[in-house]
Design a protein around this ligand. Structure first.
Ligand code: ATP
Ligand code: MG
Length: 333
């Protein structure tokens, strides 16, 4: 007698119900917390002119060399200039057009050609131009804000890393990006003024910038730019970390350094990103090291995402936290 004849139809129904229940349960869990593979990073500094924009752009192309898809967002609310730095002439649209609803995300994004290496690995870099407009999120009603967040959620499909060039200083327009991001890269140079201002940012951020105990790596990280040697960079980082540990009880992780290199000045003058034209320059190699270490940290098994307030995750979560922080009553300027 075939085996299925022995099968009790009641049992089969029960099994089917259990399988369906399991699928429904999984679906509900996924809807509550969709798997998040996108990493959201803000790049900021205390003092201006320390190399944030150059590092943001170069790091994006270096990540693409490792096969990552990156969207670079010009989030400097004071002085948005990444489009010029990246050699994009006449970027026609920016985030303001997305906010007013006159353009879609795909019309605003500027796509760059990446190197041969990146192409073979499917890496990609796109730019979302212009900081103007981000401040205007404040004036949106709930419906318009939801529409904007919906449009920005499209970034989730397009990228593995969202890198924001968030400007300098300790005002809300800068610090809010650190509050809302998963990772903050704080840039300093070896100059005493820059070191002091970097410490000022750490102090202003308070505890919210750090990951819960044991996971500091995924919160706040230091990059020393324009260093004359790796040793000098290490010393600068240690000074900041020591002061931070002594007075604030926690310290940012030292991610790495970029050497002082004239190639950067020359590339800026020609509206080029040095990493694209000279990836093997000393600054280029440093940035590639930073990208590799960042990926190792983010993809590593002991990397835990920073616990961020609010239920929403991913891009939507980031922008709603950002809006909330930008427009909260308290102002720490
Ligand atoms: N590693 C480096 N070596 C030499 N020059 C550098 C280096 N990094 C940046 N620079 C120079 O520093 C200047 C400022 O760089 P950049 O615009 O990236 O700084 P920023 O922090 O974004 O400035 P801002 O605060 O005004 O937005 C540029 O002229 C650039 O050429
Ligand atoms: Mg800049």
């Amino acid at each position: 007698m075939p085996r299925y004849d022995k099968f009790n139809p009641d049992q089969a129904g029960e099994l089917r119900r259990m399988v369906i229940d399991n699928i429904e349960k999984k679906k509900a869990e996924q809807a509550k917390s969709p798997p998040q593979k996108l990493h959201i990073l803000s790049i900021l500094s205390g003092k201006g002119g320390v190399g944030k924009s150059n590092i943001a752009a170069a790091l994006s192309f270096a990540l693409a060399d490792f096969g990552k898809r990156v969207v670079l967002i010009d989030a400097d609310l004071g002085m948005a200039n990444l489009d010029i730095l990246c050699g994009v002439r006449n970027a026609r649209y920016n985030i303001a057009h997305l906010i007013e609803g006159s353009r879609s995300l795909s019309e605003i994004l500027v796509h760059f050609k990446t190197s041969e290496r990146a192409t073979s690995l499917n890496g990609a870099v796109s730019l979302l131009p212009g900081g103007y407009g981000i401040k205007e999120i404040a004036d949106l009603d709930e419906l318009a804000m939801e529409r904007l967040f919906d449009a920005l959620s499209g970034l989730e499909e397009l990228s593995d890393y969202l890198i924001m060039d968030a400007g300098a200083g300790i005002h809300k327009g800068v610090l809010s990006f650190a509050y809302a991001s998963e990772i903050t890269l704080l840039i300093t140079t070896p100059e005493p003024t820059s070191i002091r201002d970097a410490y000022g940012v750490i102090k202003s951020l308070g505890t919210s910038a750090w990951q819960a105990e044991g996971n500091a790596a995924s919160g706040l990280m230091l990059i020393v730019n324009m260093a004359s040697s790796s040793r000098e960079a290490q010393e600068v980082a240690e000074r900041i970390r020591l002061a931070s540990m002594q007075f604030l009880g926690n310290a940012p992780v030292y991610l790495g350094y970029v050497l002082k290199d004239d190639i950067i000045n020359r590339s800026v003058k020609n509206c080029r990103i040095f990493y694209r034209t000279d990836p093997e320059s000393s600054a280029g190699i440093c940035v590639r090291n930073l990208a590799g270490d960042l990926i190792r940290i983010c993809d590593g098994t002991d990397f835990k995402r920073k616990e961020l307030p609010g239920e929403k995750k991913g891009v939507r979560g980031f922008f709603s936290r950002l809006a909330k922080s930008l427009f909260s009553e308290s102002d720490n300027t």
